[in-house]
Design a protein around this ligand. Sequence first.
Ligand SMILES: *Cc1c(COP(=O)(O)O)cnc(C)c1O
Length: 454
Amino acid sequence: MESLRFVLPQSEIPTHWYNVVADMPSAPLPPLGPDGKPATPEQMGAIFPMAILEQEMSSERWIPIPQPVREIYRLWRPSPLVRAARLEEMLGTPAKIYYKNESVSPAGSHKPNTAVAQAYYNRQAGIKRITTETGAGQWGCSMALAGQMFGLDVRVYMVKVSYQQKPYRRSMMQTWGAEVFASPSNLTQTGREALSRDPDNMGSLGLAISEAVEEAASRADTNYALGSVLNHVALHQTIIGLETRKQLELAGDWPDVVFAPCGGGSSFAGLAFPFIADNASGGRNGKSVRLVAVEPTSCPSLTKGDYAYDFGDASGFTPLMKMYTLGHDFMPPGIHAGGLRYHGASPLVSQLYHEGLIEAMGVPQLATFEAGVMFARAEGIIPAPESNHAIRAAVDEALRCKESGEAKTILFNLTGHGHFDMASYDRYFSGELEDFSYPEAAIKESLQHLPRFG
Ligand SMILES: *Cc1c(COP(=O)(O)O)cnc(C)c1O
């Protein structure tokens, strides 16, 4: 019998993360402060530890993973690489499909890869508390878990609509010892102002980020942690692609194309960036790998946004970052892939897209659930709605191969399981789930509010 699962021994957990900046054609543009000048480490030091800021600005190719972080990674890493042979058969495609299964972490997604590292560096810096935000609940769970591992108190501002719709994500965070508040809350100035404007405000990721940042900036014992977008987060996630490359060697295969869902861009960065190193040196056997970020058509930052400096949060507390953005006050439609409802995309992912080194595409909601159900029935694992975006793209590529007769190798990131998203699957099955049209007018409007200088 042919092997379907490619599993590495724990001794093969990578010792270094890969920093794509070392292989980028031009240096990344710096984040800017409110005055339009490059943000200083002192400004950012109010909410991040120095070790993280150094990673944020580093151009070293390899950055060592601290031993205590690797020790925690042992709880679920290396994660399996799996050949989706039953899905291939169901589709009748000559293509080979592989997925990296990041759903095996205790929190159920790839996000603990960076949460554990961030908790470690904050602990090292003498920090006692972390504030953060969560939309769908995946990041809040990951930070709660990581805080527990390193003895940090964690306070999570959870977007109110998710707080109400996903009570068990809240219970998970509490089980790992975190405090969870619905955002907007009355604990911060930002929250109180939002509530006074609209007492029924159901919250947004941008607003929850503003609350968490405001609190962290006001307390010396408290720092802030972000689950996506920033360079250090992308860096920590490269453990996904680094393991995958070794596993592909075990499988004796190499991908033609890689798909990952893209919200802020960390899961895409994690799987795809290590292949950029190969592409930069001419590809394997002269073959370079197509790297495709898959976003919802209703929150299309890469495919329909502007490449401009914008805030990372709704209220304008964060430094300005050069990225593809729909405007910081863009309110994405209520799609069920909560983890993909972010107005911007990671500056590194954005720059690579701008320079043509990676690709991006959008997929509509119903098609993603259709693909996710197909995957669950063939492979057994029920994917997170976010992961369904990558699955849709992989299935479509495999179906194109069926038409052309090409036996391509397709790889995608199964970023998480959907065990806490079954209400969304219910809505899909009962026909209540809808495709939101591309919110052109709303995007046009919010792009008018991009910060301008000079
Ligand atoms: C958060 C999340 C994503 C999106 O990650 P980004 O870094 O925002 O692109 C994808 N899948 C799952 C399961 C997630 O929890």
